[in-house]
Structures are given as structure tokens and as C-alpha cells.
Design a protein around this ligand. Structure first.
Ligand SMILES: Cc1ncc(COP(=O)(O)O)c(C=O)c1O
Length: 357
């Protein structure tokens, strides 16, 4: 069976050494030494000022909104994983959908400004499949209207924009380190924050709002990462260059073999790729289903990602319609994409796809 992705498992002996370390010091959670070590190593690797590790990417988004006091309405993209929107709703913030650019799959800055009202306090764009947003345009709009920007950068691990980390844009960027992601900690996530005071606030918020044994200055939650997850992250981080290189090979074979046959995502020319996803856009949904069925018959499971478009969620009122997002989400499929995908298996996927086309 070939799935859309496969979790990268690092060397077991190396992981066991960390487990031995955890057992000998008995510190398994609550900002332990491995969490602290991973935060420092990630800040270095990603070239950012502060990394705050948390238990998953969804809580990272929630903590970001609470750190920045986002209230009322937030303008976001309807073409994302459901957590981008559901995390807003959970925090009593109404998502206002600005439609996407149908070529880049990212929020179109041209659609943002006319949605801004007195109630808007933030913009929440997503670097879809690791493709950097038009960050400078978004920054201009945010500054003009005094809005916070929180990037859901769950897919953008290691992406550079004009030679600098794309994670430095916005007030906060969030990452997901779920097992299916390019870099992972089993479950996990992070906030990337430049402002020192905000880092402090985020750290209280992930620890129930507690500052010290006598002060609880914030309404917090439990968003802590544990030591076993941090150990996994430290092991995976050691192998990052190899992981990326292997994915690049798979990505480039798809790109070469499928060129001209299907549409694919238009990449931001000022940004690097991290090879985390390979998406294909079919001319219509019927063709997508045909390809999907043929692949499934051969025990190959690509994923309709992202589907459905989030403006169709039944729990969002008032109803909104984003035509580009609905159209793209009906026609898009993410193909199996991971470093250990064998050339034989990949050529089978490509052959079946070509035959179905
Ligand atoms: C764009 C996006 N946002 C948020 C999330 C949520 O992250 P997590 O699964 O770590 O909670 C994901 C993860 O799948 C994602 O792809």
C-alpha cells in the first residue's frame, strides 16, 4: 500500500540514547532539557530569533491568536487544512474568507483589502504546500490598516524568501510538526516570534497562564511538548539535509514526467521550495476521480488535499462563497511524496496517471 506520505523514522539506536537520557534524569515534560535544546537548534537551523515548541500545530495557531489578542474578524484563506479556520472559530474569531489566486493556491492579496472592516483585527494567510505567500503585499495591507498577521506556516519548514526565512514575516508564524510533515516530532508544533515580550506571553499561555509559583497573569491552556517528542525532533533534525535531498529527487521526477499533462502550483519566484508536497490540478473533478480510482485499485492512495474548501463548512455563519477555492479544491490531488518512495513505485504511479489521462 502506498499512501500520500510516510513518516520518516530516524535511527532507532540514536532515539534510544535520548530515551535513556530521559529515564536517567526523570524529566519527561514541562519545558525539559530536550525541548530547550530543540528550540535552540531549530532557531539556528531555521534562522529565526525565537522558537516556542508546543504540542501540535493547531494549538500553535490558537496560542498565536491569544498572544496577539486577535478578536472579532480575521481574514483568512478558504484553501487550507481545516485547522486554520477551526482554530479561529474555537477562539470566537469569525473567519472572513479572501479567495485564493488559482495559480499559486495562496490567499490573493488583491482580495483582502475590500473585506477589512472595523471588526477586523488580523490576517491569517497560509503558505500552501510550502509555497511562500506574497508576503510584502500582505505586510503593506496589514501596516496600512493596523492589523496583526499570523502565518500558518505549517508547510513552510525551511523555506527562504529573498534569502531569509519566510517564517520571519508577520507577527507570528506557526508550524506543525505532525508525523506526516517534512520535519516532525511525532505530534508537535511551534510558534516563531520576533518580539521578546510576546515570546514571554506565549510561554505563559502554553503553561496554563502560569508565570511562577505565585503569579498567573494570563488565561492559558496546556500546549506543552514532551521530552519524547523533542527527542524525535532532535533525531529527525540531524537528517534534514538527506530528507530534503531525497524528496527533491522524487519531486523533480514528477515535475519532469507530468509536465504539460496536468497543471501544477505556480511557485513564488523569490522563494525556495522545500519539496513537501506534489499537487496536481486536473481539468475537472470527473477526471480527478477517474485517476484516484485507478490509483486506489492499485493500492495507491493519493489525497484530496485540501478538500472541501473551507467556505463550505457548515459551522461558519454567515455563509460565504470563494469561487476559486471551491474550484481548485474540487480538482486537486496530492500525489504520494516522501523520500523513501522507490523509483519503481513512483513510475507505476506516473504510468497509471498517464493512462487515465
Ligand atoms: C496548513 C495546516 N495548518 C494547521 C495544521 C494543524 O497541525 P497539527 O496537525 O499539528 O495540529 C496542519 C496539519 O496538518 C496544516 O496542514
Amino acid at each position: 500500500m502506498i499512501n500520500v506520505t510516510k513518516t520518516y523514522l530516524p535511527n532507532k539506536e540514536k532515539y534510544k540514547k535520548y530515551v535513556d537520557e530521559i529515564y536517567s534524569n526523570g524529566w519527561i515534560t514541562n519545558n525539559g532539557p530536550l525541548v530547550q535544546k530543540l528550540e535552540k537548534r531549530l532557531a539556528d537551523y531555521l534562522d529565526v530569533k525565537h522558537v516556542v515548541l508546543v504540542s501540535n500545530g493547531t494549538i500553535a495557531l490558537e496560542i498565536a491568536y491569544r498572544t496577539l489578542n486577535v478578536k472579532g474578524f480575521a481574514i483568512t484563506t478558504p484553501f487550507s487544512f481545516v485547522a486554520t479556520t477551526s482554530s479561529l472559530v474555537t477562539n470566537q474569531i469569525l473567519p472572513i474568507f479572501a479567495d485564493i489566486n488559482p495559480n499559486t493556491f495562496n490567499i490573493d492579496p488583491k482580495n483582502i483589502e475590500n473585506l477589512i472592516t472595523q471588526n477586523t483585527s488580523a490576517i491569517v494567510p497560509v503558505h500552501v504546500f510550502g509555497n511562500a505567500c506574497e508576503v510584502e503585499e500582505i505586510e503593506k495591507i496589514a501596516q496600512k490598516h493596523n492589523l496583526k498577521v499570523i502565518y500558518d506556516a505549517s508547510h513552510a519548514f525551511g523555506v527562504k524568501y529573498k534569502n531569509k526565512s519566510v517564517l520571519n514575516y508577520g507577527d507570528i508564524s506557526t508550524l506543525s510538526f505532525h508525523a506526516t510533515k517534512l520535519f516532525h516530532t511525532i505530534e508537535g508544533g511551534a510558534l516563531i516570534i520576533n518580539d521578546d515580550d510576546l515570546v514571554q506571553k506565549a510561554r505563559y499561555l502554553i503553561n496554563f497562564g502560569i508565570k511562577n509559583t505565585e503569579e498567573i497573569p494570563e488565561l492559558g491552556t496546556n500546549g506543552k511538548m514532551n521530552e519524547f517528542e523533542a527527542a524525535m525532533g532532535l533525531c529527525v533534525l540531524d537528517d534534514m539535509e538527506e530528507i530534503k535531498q531525497n524528496r527533491k529527487i522524487v519531486y523533480e521526477i514528477y515535475a519532469r514526467e507530468l509536465k504539460g499533462l496536468v497543471d501544477s502550483q505556480q511557485q513564488n519566484e523569490n522563494a525556495t521550495k522545500n519539496y513537501s508536497y506534489f499537487s496536481v490540478l486536473f481539468k475537472d473533478e470527473a477526471l480527478l476521480k477517474k485517476v484516484q480510482n485507478r490509483l486506489n485499485e492499485n493500492n495507491i492512495y493519493p489525497r484530496r488535499y485540501f478538500y472541501p474548501s473551507l467556505d463550505t463548512l457548515n459551522y461558519i455563519e454567515p455563509k460565504q462563497i470563494s469561487l476559486n477555492s471551491r474550484d481548485v479544491s474540487r480538482r486537486i490531488l496530492c500525489l504520494p511524496m516522501y523520500g523513501e518512495l522507490s523509483l519503481d513505485d513512483q513510475m507505476t504511479i506516473i504510468r497509471i496517471l498517464k493512462e487515465a489521462l
